[in-house]
Design a protein. Sequence first.
Lengths: 449, 319
Amino acid sequence: MAFHLDRRHFLGLAGATASAAALAACGGPSTTGGGQSTSQATDIDFSGVKPAAKIDFWSSHPGQSQEVEKSLIEKFQAKNPGITVNLVTAGANYEEIAQKFQTAQAAKSGLPGVVVLSDVWWFRYYTNGSIIPVDGLTKQLGTKMDDFQQSLVNDYKYDGKQWALPYGRSTPLFYYNKDHFAAAGLPDRAPKTWDEFAEWAPKLKAASGAQYAYIYPALAGYAGWTLQNMLWGWGGGWSKEWDITCDSAESVAALQWAQDSIYKDKWAGVSSKEAADDFSAGLTSTTISSTGSLLGILKSAKFNVGVGFLPGGPKADTNVCPTGGAGLGIPSGITKEEQMAAGMFLDFVTQPESTAEFSAATGYMPTRKSADMTAVLAKTPQIKTAMDQLAVTKVQDNARVFLPGADQEMAKAAAKILTQQGDVKSTMTDLKNTLQGIYDRDVKPKLKA
Amino acid sequence: MTRQLAPQPSTKPNRPPGPAAKIPHRRWTARNRRDFFVFLAMALPNLVLIAVFTYRPLISNMYYSTLDWTLGSPSATVVGLANYVTFFGSNDAPKVLGTTAVFTVVTVGGSMLLGLLVALALNAKVRGTTFARSAVFAPYVLSGVGVGLVWLFIFDPGYGVLAWLLRGLGQQSPQWINDPQLSLVMVIIVYVWKNLGYCAVVYLAGLQSLPQDVMEAAALDGANGFRRFLSISLPLLSPTTFFLLITTMLSSLQAFDLIRIMTPLGTGTSTLIYEAYLQAFGAYNRAGYSAAISVVLFAILLVITVLQLRFVERKVHYS
């Protein structure tokens, strides 16, 4: 087919191209600023600002918290009759809610007043300029910042500002089937170290009849989070500050031990979907899962459930437990009035009474030191273990919480090691290169000097 | 349905060579004008919709592919073709393109081959074929999300039906969900199961429209059933095969729902379209990079369609 480009066709084509280019440039990000922006770490003055009459609260209802969230909203509205909070299910998990939030940012519309943000997402919102520091609001509202559990509230500090407040915060817990332990003649406690558990595991597997003595949490469900326990126990980690150390001899030794527990010693497996469900169903005698799974496990398990601190390793037998879970932030792209109303709601749901109510309903940890947990602990004494473990937690590795997509890359590497029996050293070297690439490309240019 | 893809014979008269061949511009009469406005009234709303919802995103996406843009950020930097250079220079490209090729070839080949076999079985004049036809076609109209969730229960190595059956045989279930290679096999099996009904129904329609006199003549000449299928049915089904090849290949390259539900991290199953999704919305937030991958997918789809129309169609017997 021959195509003749005469003057008329040429002008038509040129017009269409120009229109297309103009059309494409409409919407989307601005390219005039010469670079991407981070949130401004300056105090916002809210004096004299009247709160908006209505805000949305985007939640993924961590720990099946929809009902308790409704209850907290009702109490807030009763106390503040001029403000309506609309609870929106904005996703089934942290990733889905992040997807919706970032899409709303890109569309520049439909943003909520308050959004649930996980440990691995808030920093990205900061680097994108999507959230405001809450210092101005907490100052004006008189929020007692020193009453927060410091290890939880400090997770959201950067550049001298507070970017979110802790909400559904958790640590991993060691869950064990007390009946299986009794049948195997083991003490009624969690193992102190993984080496101790390795001695118990064959007896446990033989006596319990369960498929596994221990099941590793599902790799798609934050493997990077729970594996920090082993990495730290062996003296390694995903990173030290901004140096990626996942290929260090210590890190490799930790993951080699994990691989051996599956392929050589054959007492461990890897969960396909949710380790807490596998444990409740009796598929395994022990596992590690979030404190947010505690009430669900206690409800569905047909056996006596024990909980304990995470086991240590040959190099460190304490401070081998990461914190995790969700906080609450306020978007930058809404009006000051909406931010004011959001700040008031944030202040209310983080009050000692509110956090105690949230904890009772979900198993998440109370975020305030003065929260009265007497009634909660009388009903669910296992929560005490999670609260006590808070004293021996460790701040998560930068590589996991600050590098976009690192959690996914860690899960892929873990899959290669734990389900394909891939070579640990070379897999970790590949992971290091990938994480270094993410840091150089997506994070380093946005860090404050 | 299959005939729509056949090239139409030209209805234009042969033009005489030389300057005399130039056709003078038609005069813009009142009737022409009226016809044109009627055409505009009919076509313009649709053209506007297509421009706004198909071409505008397509062109915007091409523009975004030239930006270093983090999803959610209000600003971005123009980087030209750097996103393309990064993609083709990274370890991702061979992995993603390889996964896409394996997924497409096996799902297209599997759906068409099994669809043809099922169609041959359904074409037999026996009782219960109407029910069997509905049963075979049913998965095609089911929601991919629902199908994915149900099959995840079947494949679950802990307490899935498959694991239960294997345990009965004294075998351990393979790690369908955690092992990246097996994850790809799992998604392919479900995709083929869901789509072979479509191929079967289209092939069945083709089989039922084959000329019976030719078949009877061949049978009288002593050709057995296999020979008749190979030498007569298969060549005469080539328009159907060609149609299915194009449509199933395009849908395989754009398969998303099953991959998203069954393997959310895309470990081992990250095809081009899923990688584009993961890069922008999964966790990496690289909107510009994701747009570049989408443009690569668009180019591949365009090239495959043009090649199929130009070369494969030559082998098709339309009558």
